[in-house]
Design a protein around this ligand. Structure first.
Ligand code: NI
Length: 255
């Protein structure tokens, strides 16, 4: 059974076949899915999917690209939704300096606030870190993320940084389609550096489809490619990767 620890099935790209696709997942070995959240507007649909499909769970949080324009009471709204029994994490939250360096200050503020919230609610965080490694690690450390735990999703740091993330911050590290790309030397080295009890897999679908589907709409059905690549890198059978990442995901999210 496979656990896709990061997906966006509320995305418009699934509007035509969402129900059919999600319903079919267990038949294809996808036993658990964590749907991440980017802004308050997405939450009702995320909850609806949690309630409709036994294998779908959710997170609530404000993505750094949605940091601008948040309302003053956003933490109260997140708190209310986080009480739902199938909401298991605060995320995805983090820093993204690739598109939006001009919003650095507000991104940093709401990241810290949301880590504090996660600690208060005893929930793990799902971290998005793009071109912002140093600030992300600093803020997570200042806000004592090790007390609530969490995951660096679609990990893009170095193998060296893996040690900081897993040992100092006590977090998990997730890999998706990017490790199958031709120029993926850095994430592949990083994957080899992750302790086996900290490793997770994800799609980030509809984005980041693995080779040979690169550029197409991604879904959990393509996770076999990611498992195959990890099996090659870690010299372990695919079903062992599947078992370990499932166990890790369950432990992290308390499922
Ligand atoms: Ni995502």
């Amino acid at each position: 059974m496979i656990f896709d620890t990061h997906a966006h099935y509320n995305d418009k790209q699934f509007d035509n076949d969402r129900d059919e696709l999600l319903r079919s997942m267990p038949d294809h070995g996808i036993g658990l899915i964590m749907n991440a959240c980017s802004n308050l507007g997405e939450i009702p649909q995320i909850i609806e999917m949690c309630e409709k499909y036994p294998h779908v769970y959710g997170a609530v949080g404000i993505h750094p690209e949605d940091a601008e324009g948040i309302t003053d009471n956003y933490l109260d709204i997140l708190t209310r939704y986080a009480a739902h029994p199938k909401i298991k994490a605060i995320g995805e939250i983090g820093l993204d300096y690739y598109w939006t360096t001009e919003t650095k200050a507000i991104q940093q503020r709401i990241l810290g606030e949301q880590v504090d919230l996660a600690r208060k609610l005893h929930m793990p965080v799902i971290i998005h870190d793009r071109e912002a490694h140093a600030d992300t690690i600093r803020i997570l450390s200042e806000h004592r993320v090790s007390e609530c735990g969490g995951v660096f999703h679609c990990y893009s740091g170095s193998a060296e940084m893996v040690r900081t993330v897993t040992e100092e911050l006590g977090m998990y590290v997730a890999f998706g389609g990017a490790i199958t790309f031709k120029n993926a030397k850095k994430p592949c080295e990083a994957a080899k550096a992750v302790p086996l009890d900290r490793l997770l897999i994800e799609t980030d679908c509809p984005y980041m489809a693995p080779v040979p589907y690169r550029g197409k709409r991604n879904s959990s059905l393509y996770l076999g490619e990611v498992i195959g690549k990890l099996s090659e890198l870690l010299l372990m059978p695919p079903d062992e990767i599947e078992r370990i990442t499932l166990e890790n995901g369950r432990r992290l999210f308390g499922i």
